[in-house]
Design a protein around this ligand. Structure first.
Ligand code: COA
Length: 189
């Protein structure tokens, strides 16, 4: 029999932990959030004001309270530095399904293993805490780094929204990727 107190928290990975997003995170969010390089991978490059971000934190709080979605701050285990956010949304109770997203804000923190680790934590929270059967994400076709990370974790490309995203004078496809609870369990325990 598993002793639940001996099992590792799904919110803590090898390099990062996920914790609740706080009002006090606003200044850290604003530091690296508004550059084109930080946001182009997400497909939304219009600068966001601190008021908009404050609203995001407030609505995250409201959504978490009502069980409609959960956004988390990502911080490093090494220095407790706030490095980004990730979240679960579009929760379908009947289908036990949801949509997820992630951003490591400062490009200087990319390629250090944080995104992969945070994503695995987020999936553990989804499958082991919130009891989802399936988790989905959308990714721009040009975001090869993110696609590599998702495929490495075990996501499968299941569809393609053709010319669904307009940027830099051109339409781009958006890939839909998903992972099932059983697939995640085989790969990550
Ligand atoms: C996508 C993102 C979450 C990945 O996080 P990260 O911390 O940079 O990723 P990791 O360091 O864990 O892994 C990076 C991997 O991508 C690979 N990589 C880097 N650039 C790449 C490229 N242009 N094409 C393919 N793979 C690439 C690295 O080699 C590494 O793979 P490896 O572990 O097999 O060696 C992060 O870069 C990010 O937040 N980007 C901006 C926002 C964004 O695009 N979010 C996703 C929206 S769907």
């Amino acid at each position: 029999m598993t002793d639940i107190f001996q099992t590792k928290s799904p919110f803590i990975g090898d390099r990062v932990r996920l914790r609740a997003l706080e009002k006090s995170d606003l200044d850290d969010i604003m530091k690296h959030w508004n550059t084109y390089e930080s946001r182009v991978g997400l497909g939304n490059v219009i600068p966001m004001s601190s008021m908009m971000e404050e609203d995001f934190i407030q609505s995250s709080n409201d959504r978490a309270k009502s069980g409609k979605g959960y956004n988390f701050a990502i911080e490093t285990l090494e220095s407790n530095e706030f490095i980004g956010t990730c979240g679960i949304d579009d929760i379908w109770q009947v289908n036990r399904s949801s949509t997820i997203g992630i951003s490591i804000h400062n490009p200087e923190n990319h390629n250090k293993g944080y995104g992969t680790d945070a994503m695995i934590c987020l999936l553990k929270v989804g499958f082991q805490v919130l009891n989802f059967h399936r988790m989905e994400l959308w990714v721009m076709e040009y975001n090869q780094q993110a696609i590599h990370v998702y495929e490495k974790i075990g996501f499968k490309k299941i569809g393609q929204k053709r010319e669904a995203h307009f940027l830099q004078g051109k339409y781009h496809d958006i890939y839909v990727m998903d992972i099932l609870a059983e697939e995640f369990k085989v790969l990550h325990g």
